[in-house]
Every structure is written in structure tokens, then in C-alpha cells.
Design a protein around this ligand. Structure first.
Ligand code: SF4
Length: 68
């Protein structure tokens, strides 16, 4: 039987994001900043470099990034 990995998705809880910009600094390929709303958003939900996603999650002061 073919083995399939469940696709993980990068998400930001927009309600909780305080707009510090740390995630964008760590992974500009994955996150971008919405200046109007002063919040970050995900530009690449399928993810990429796991290390930088992990670092962004660990550095997010609001703990609002998930990758699962
Ligand atoms: S690190 Fe967290 S709080 Fe800071 S901008 Fe990114 S998602 Fe928002």
C-alpha cells in the first residue's frame, strides 16, 4: 500500500498575533507582514524549511503559529 504523509499546514492565529514581525524575520519565504492590519500572515501554508518554522514558532511571543 502506498504510504502517504499527512500534509502539515502552517497557520497563524490572526486574533492572537501581536504583529511583532519575528516570524517574518525568521522565514520571509513563509510569512509576510500586513502593514495595514499590523499582523503577520502565511504566504506558504504548505511550509518549507522546518528549522526556520520551528524557530519562528519558538520566537513568537504570542505563541500563535502552528504547524501540524
Ligand atoms: S511572531 Fe507571532 S506575534 Fe509576531 S508577527 Fe509572527 S505570528 Fe505575529
Amino acid at each position: 500500500m502506498e504510504e502517504r504523509k499527512t500534509m502539515k499546514q502552517v497557520q497563524i492565529n490572526q486574533e492572537e498575533c501581536i504583529g511583532c514581525g519575528a516570524c517574518v524575520e525568521f522565514c520571509p519565504d513563509i510569512f509576510a507582514f500586513n502593514e495595514d492590519e499590523n499582523k503577520a500572515y502565511v504566504i506558504k501554508p504548505e511550509g518549507g524549511n522546518e528549522d526556520c518554522i520551528e524557530e519562528a514558532m519558538a520566537s513568537c511571543p504570542a505563541g500563535c503559529i502552528s504547524y501540524e
